[in-house]
Write a protein that binds this ligand. Sequence first.
Ligand code: SF4
Length: 309
Amino acid sequence: MDWTAGWKNNKRYYDLKSYWRNLFGCTVHKLQIDAGFTCPNRDGHVATGGCIYCDGCGSKLRQQGPLPSVTDQILYGKKYYSPSASKFVAYFQTFTNTYAPVETLKALYDEALAREDVIGLSIGTRPDCLPPEVIDLLAGYVQKYHVWVELGLQSVHDRTLKTINRGHTYQQFLEAVNNLSGRGLNICVHIIMGLPGESDKDVLVTAKTLAALPVNGIKIHSLLALDGTLMGQMYREGSIQMITKEQYVSLTADVLELLPPDIVIQRLTADGYRDIFLAPVWAANKLDVLNAINKELERRDSYQGMRYK
Ligand code: SF4
């Protein structure tokens, strides 16, 4: 069976843009929102210092001064994309976007959904920050809206999670997935390649593990060394070797082959602000990385789901 026909794209994987076009019959864009949240892995609630690759600065918008309201951020974002986009998903992206009392969360999410042409939410958060009342709140939107919950995981290996100071375990991630699934919510998981102490085999175990879970989407990127982070310091000291472009491209192709064909590939490249970006240099050219991944899949005559069992 040729399931790639259902993707209706010219790629060798099922990208988010195509998925949304197939689902809604139009172009849908994510509007990035910084709603002023913090993170329990930085403020001492879970840990201090945060993940070793996190610069802790938040969005550029936050660094410029007082944050505009959610409404203003959406209006600004819509103007940027119009007229090519006809629908939008409000992406609560910065830090941990479920880390507040449920009434506060509801007010912020409702504010976003009240804007014209906003058809849904994408909520970036941590697996240990989804108490039952927050999941109930999110599940309450699914009758009317398209809702994604984006879980930072990075690796299924607890020793890696410890090394990178994630402040949660794989078991906690699993519990979050179990609690979210069956509620009409779409689950997206973030993973990183090139983490300290991880082999290619470790990454493939992460991919195979996620392939067996009720996960609807994935974001993959390479580890970045940013100035002002512990990773950046390790890079400067020479105590960490960054993943090469060739390794990343090949490993990403391996991972795509292992994932189910209907999982939505939300991202295959990294985002890092230019002013603090240290390495790997190749990761700054996202288009080049995407082209290389496509070429690698073409070379193998392969595609997402090819080795999914
Ligand atoms: S969970 Fe996210 S926001 Fe919090 S420290 Fe880690 S990367 Fe930064």
